[in-house]
Ligand binder design. Sequence first.
Ligand SMILES: C[S@@+](CC[C@H](N)C(=O)[O-])C[C@H]1O[C@@H](n2cnc3c(N)ncnc32)[C@H](O)[C@@H]1O
Length: 195
Amino acid sequence: MLHDNRTFLRAFLRSPQVVASVIPSSSFVERRVVRAADVSRAGVVVELGGGVGGITRSLLQAMGPQARLLVIERTDRFVEVLKRIDDSRIEIVHGCASSIVAQLARRKRPAADAVVSGIPFSTMPKALGAEIISAVHDALAPGGRFVAYQLSDRVVRYARPLLGEPAIEYEFRNVPPLRIFTWHKAGSPRKSNGI
Ligand SMILES: C[S@@+](CC[C@H](N)C(=O)[O-])C[C@H]1O[C@@H](n2cnc3c(N)ncnc32)[C@H](O)[C@@H]1O
């Protein structure tokens, strides 16, 4: 835990725009995000920006035994930490969230039932933010959920044209306090978990 916090702080000092937070999300955020993503019947879940893996582990706990979790993380030091998670359902990709559709296609997964994102939309170039949201929309199955936990509401500006208005929750027991935005893609969810 302390070691993870140090790893996180070091990564923030190296790339503040990319890491965007000095410590990992609190257990309160983890619980709220996992509840919002509702992954218990999901077949394929994607996490964007896993960091040192707190939300990653909570997602795995909530997911079924046949489900798959694909984590796309841009910071190499975090990729090393995430690769230590010993669970056959997880795969870690070192890359940018914008590659989500290509990464699913490479694994012959047609779509994600849920996408959970901690990447900082407020500090990235606008073109990249718009590209990532468009890719998330394309990657989601009908009825799929997109959950983004953020300090700023910049993500809403990117997502509104494609996904409409989000449900918003607040979690103050975190540094910094965060909002949790949840969207549902139009359409009915798949009946089986797609595996
Ligand atoms: C605020 S931290 C959240 C980390 C962790 N999920 C948590 O809740 O503690 C943002 C994370 O997004 C990653 N990240 C930032 N931009 C990214 C991108 N374009 N693609 C993938 N990961 C990205 C960072 O490396 C960092 O791990």
